[in-house]
Design a protein around this ligand. Sequence first.
Ligand code: KG4
Ligand code: ZN
Length: 334
Amino acid sequence: MAKRYILGIESSCDETSAGIIDADFNLLSNVIHSQTTHSLYGGVVPEIASREHVVKIEAIVDLALEKAGLNINDISLIAATSSPGLIGAVLVGLSFAKGLAFATGIPFVGVNHMDGHVYANFIDHGKIEMPFLSLVVSGGHTFLMRTDSYTKREILGQTLDDAAGEAFDKIGKMLGLNYPAGREISELALKGDPDFVKFPRPLIHRKDYNFSFSGLKTAVLNYLKTKDQVFIKTHLCDIAASVEEAIVDVLSKKTARCLKDIGMSRILLAGGVACNNKLREKTELSINSRNKLYFPSPILCTDNGAMIAAAGEIKYSVSGADTFDLNAEAVFKI
Ligand code: KG4
Ligand code: ZN
């Protein structure tokens, strides 16, 4: 029997990406174009994002096929992000995928971007047995989700305000760093003292599994207002390390408690902030040694087409193809 290959297309924010995996979740290619124009504005400008996706999408898909050594006729399934995201940006990839599927007769599925982040783990670790808990931490979302099966999922807690990645990015802006700032903060933090400033750990002792990062953001702003530029420059690494410590402390401790309370043994980290080494280390230290922690390699943590292919393959195996009237949605729903 011919091998199944899945093409995944991602365009929900500022990455135009196409990736190809096989049905065993082996990665064949993952072409990612990150739009850099947005750093001029300190955040993603939706209209610019949509226009740049339009310009790049066809070449990115062609390159993904070329790198995988495949022709479009070798593809068995086309998956594209259909929600959540910047609506104009999502529509570019989704419409392109539908057009390609219509022209070739290849089945098509629309994928929830957040599922993509979770199932990115399957590309590095193979199919992970359910049930599992996932901590999904990206620029736009932060939540703990239990997955009993593809269709039986439940959000156990989520951020009440800013997402964890958003906190890194907004605090980075206050520190004069470029957008997105998560990676740079974590690099500066390596040379800093995480106990230099004891920033608040919002909701860390609350029994529920919700998060909140906007108070931390204000605390950092108020702290910076009391210091002059020379002090901030001299202690940039210490401040970055203290910020990272506060965010990661809350995420890792609440995740470990949630895992224990619900009696699960597998925890998956997902989303751009899952690149953060401190988060990986602290979560590993916070959970029981009998539990198993999974996280994707950094390139699969941030937005990419291969993760959409992985989630598409799971969705297709459970509920088959979508029809072309599937619409894009901006808001996250499960
Ligand atoms: O999942 P993602 O690529 O895009 C969204 O769906 O939002 O996540 C991007 C987020 C940004 O906020 C970025 O600052 C953050 O992931 N990020 C990190 C690191 N690398 C990326 N945050 C902390 N530490 C990192 N090493
Ligand atoms: Zn994402």
